[in-house]
Design a protein around this ligand. Structure first.
Ligand code: FAD
Length: 412
């Protein structure tokens, strides 16, 4: 099997398939495996899978297990709503973890190495095609490699996606600045690392949480670029950053000097597509469903895709062969990811409201019961393997949670 792309999605899939006894080759275009960026949030629907892979303890040792996720208003700094992450862990059985993306990526790489994945760098794939015996990839330079199945985990600008749909990334006109700061001294030393906090404001938001056992403070500043709205090519530049947050509270503005100003991430997604499989070629991760990051599920969906593929191999490869495996993958994943991509867009609109709409939002969020999980049950529960197991959206499902006072002695 060939996996195109050695990001979090490609490595996760390679590991999931190798542990099912398959020989997997990963073709990565970069000269070395690695991840750029800073922190990443891993909700219980991902830590459940890491546990199944035997990687959860390692991930915990590399990251931070916060106690609470809090949403605040970016203008006045007041709390709007929160998730109690100790209770959340009891409800879903697995923790909410924050981790440096390079640590997550390196952990998956080590797992792939131990499992015997054939990992190759400097392999730019320029085309994928179905063949009589499976599928082939063409590399820059013209070499062709054949495999029974090709999994395309080649990200937002996927080469293989063109086989399925003639579409383009959709610009949100928002841009993300990131930064990690040592917590040994200064402002970062004052920040409570037991919390993941998002400050939501007019056309902007600001996120912070701890990394590496609390050694680092991860901060992300996201805003709508006026230059992007005006149709200018050169958008999202640092001169727009400070202006975008001028009306926010002292704490948020105090974090802006910690942002890296030599790189930024323009935020794109794509409209959902419901067919990810073309013959013996299947899309996975951002190649299939790049989201805006507002509900922090992009890398998680990629890891889920790989896990589902591995499970479908175990269930179907013996009887129905690869057509049955890919059909089972295709049957369950696109609808879940469609919901995530569209919900992420809607969530962004809610976060970035201004004026009366912002005040109405704040009233509603303040009224939310901390222990109401209706908005996350469909995300954080077990990853479905069959369409019938995909939970309804925004309807609470009966899991194990109750308020903490009813849970004396249940840990956390
Ligand atoms: P990518 O990471 O894009 O990896 C694709 C890989 O394929 C790369 O290594 C690339 O070099 C390689 N490649 C590309 N083209 C080729 C080719 N032609 N030939 C060979 N190799 C190729 N997600 C979360 O789950 N939680 C979060 O908290 C979170 N926060 C985010 C914050 C921000 C600001 C952003 C921008 C995103 C966030 N995400 C988050 C989303 C997440 O980062 C992505 O969804 C995820 O990394 C996608 O992984 P991937 O492996 O599918 O794609």
């Amino acid at each position: 099997m060939i996996v195109v792309g050695g990001g979090i999605g490609g490595l996760g899939a390679a590991y999931a398939l190798t542990r099912r006894g398959l020989a997997v080759r990963v073709l990565e275009r970069a000269a070395a495996f690695g991840e750029v960026g800073a922190g990443i949030q891993l909700a219980p629907n991902c830590t459940r899978i890491l546990d199944d892979y035997g990687l959860l303890d390692e991930a915990k040792s590399l990251g931070v297990l916060p106690d609470a996720m809090i949403m605040r208003d970016a203008v006045d700094g007041t709390e709007l709503t929160r998730l109690d992450l100790r209770d959340l862990e009891r409800r879903y059985g697995f923790p909410y973890l924050v981790i440096h993306r390079s640590d997550l990526h390196a952990m998956l790489l080590r797992a792939c190495e131990r499992a015997g994945v054939d990992l190759r760098t400097s392999q730019q794939v320029t085309a994928c095609a179905n063949t009589a015996g499976g599928a082939s990839v063409t590399l820059a330079g013209g070499r062709v490699e054949e495999a029974r199945v090709v999994i395309a985990a080649d990200g937002l600008h996927s080469v293989a996606r063109k086989l399925l749909v003639d579409d383009e990334p959709v610009s949100s006109a928002y841009v993300a600045y990131r930064g990690t700061t040592p917590t040994a001294s200064g402002r970062a030393a004052e920040v409570d690392l037991s919390e993941v906090v998002v400050y939501v404001g007019p056309r902007c938001h600001f996120v912070h949480y701890g990394l590496r056992g609390g050694e680092l403070l991860n901060q992300v500043a996201v805003f709508e670029s006026p230059k992007a709205r005006a149709g200018e090519e050169d958008w999202g530049t640092p001169d727009e950053l400070d202006a975008a947050f001028a009306g926010t509270c002292d704490f948020v503005r105090g974090g802006l000097p910690d942002m890296w100003r030599d790189r930024w991430w323009r935020m794109y997604d794509r409209d959902p597509i419901m067919t990810w499989v073309d013959g013996s070629i299947a899309l996975l991760g951002d190649a299939a469903h790049p989201p805006l990051q507002y509900i922090a599920q992009g890398a998680i969906m990629a890891i889920e895709d790989g896990w589902v593929l591995g499970e479908q191999v175990a269930r179907h490869l013996g009887d129905g062969g690869w057509p049955a495996v890919l059909a089972a993958y295709q049957a369950v994943r696109p609808e879940h990811c469609r919901r995530v991509v569209t919900t992420s867009r809607a969530w962004g609109e809610l976060w970035h409201l201004d004026g009366l709409a912002r005040r109405q939002r704040n009233v509603l969020l303040r009224e939310r019961d901390t222990y109401d999980y209706a908005f996350v049950d469909w995300l954080y529960g077990p990853t479905a393997l069959d369409p019938a197991d995909e939970p309804p959206m925004f309807t609470p499902i009966p899991l194990s949670s109750a308020k903490p006072d009813a849970l004396t002695g249940t840990g956390g």
